[in-house]
Design a protein around this ligand. Sequence first.
Ligand code: AHR
Length: 505
Amino acid sequence: MKKANMLLDKEFVIGKIDNRIYGSFIEHLGRAVYNGIYEPGHASADEDGFRQDVMDLVKALKVPIIRYPGGNFVSGYNWEDGIGPLELRPKKLDLAWRTLETNEIGINEFAKWSKKVDAEVMMAVNLGTRGIAEACNLLEYCNHPQGTYYSDLRIKHGYLEPYKIKTWCLGNEMDGPWQIGHKTPMEYGRLALETGKAMKLIDPTIELVSCGSSNTAMPTFPEWEATTLEHTYDVADFISLHQYYGNRDNDTSNFLALSMDMDNFIQTVISTCDYVKAKKRSKKTINLSFDEWNVWFHSNASDDDTMKNNPWQKAPALLEDAYTFEDALLVGCMLITFIKHADRVKMACLAQLVNVIAPIMTENNGGAWKQTIFYPYLHASLYGRGIALNPIITTPKYDAKDFTDVPYLEATAVYNEENQEVTIFAVNRDLEEDMLLACDFRSFKDYELIEHLVLACNDLKAYNTLENQPVIPSNKGRSKVDHGRLETVLGKASWNVIRLGTQKK
Ligand code: AHR
């Protein structure tokens, strides 16, 4: 059995974790909104048509913030189409996904749903087909208390209280040629600066996210970040990062190493932000909003076919990836990567939340179930709050097709001072062998084992359906604690959550 060691100390601090790294995303896309969160005829629908079975699953995840309404969708969206009396709302072509948008759900309904699931809204504005005026009007509609055209319009629509939405994205993936209204970095930088400047005049309490690159393979990365930030640095608070991975070559050892690419992406964006900071002699630090991330590749071919050959449907099945067990392992590694960068990654959104590349799936008129990736996301959201620690780890390594020195053990630890708990998150990337991990955590006096949760499965390609759930966690992890030392066996190819605390359960 391979062996790894870990030294954990209270004093080895990376930084306070911003709970918003456990955010998610709902786009007007496929069955995310219609027949996802909203299905008025469903047996579990509440008085507003929202599925309560879905809300219960979202609430279980304790999702702190949800990005809305896109995504690519936002770059062609007229937010005014989704407000006011339902019968007057226009049906429109959504050019991003070539579907029919009925506008039954708009800003007010989404804000209502978010409140029901205890999440904040992260709102994106359209900088594709629209600009400064429309973004300002939307902000006035949402956040201004009363006495102006748009705030009074909101009140007229039945929403007296302003939403006080704090976080706003200045467009979406504006570097991507697929984006409606795609821009050069100069064009985007200028527009984002002027839009952000005007928005902060309306509400100086908001935080703004400047668009970064759509992924590491973009030819304009990282020049896009450097050029756009030269414009937006003073007005922006965050820069966005997006990244999706897939096991396209069916090479799992290489696939599981992809979080190293994500780590490198984060480090490069931090360096670029700090380069612009130095160039501008600025005292301000820009933080990172990794506001789209996940595994996404299973559904690519069928989606291309639907969009090309069967366009303009209402809520077709799009991006409905059925997530395998190995996908959940990579999602676990990606979550660990965020925790390791807790000092600069302050927001992140698992893309997406329901039906569309999602941890939660539904059947129209039927049940809802948890995909494999639901579990690492759940565990990190529940137990990954507090202070990110920097454990000193020694681990055996391997070489994969695209990466050298891949640690077999991917791990991090979080200290929750309030609950007097420390949680170790660990993935054993070894597909053949279990691993023995010895951890010295003696600075946490009198801490004992609470539980060791494990997600493991003999079949890397197993996935969950409504009827059959082969990938579910157990609390039967093999851990022993004795006087500040933990000895644990991390099963081959497994996600582990080892909870230590002063309250033995
Ligand atoms: O999340 C799906 C899509 O991925 C989003 O609409 C877009 O921003 C990204 O390319």
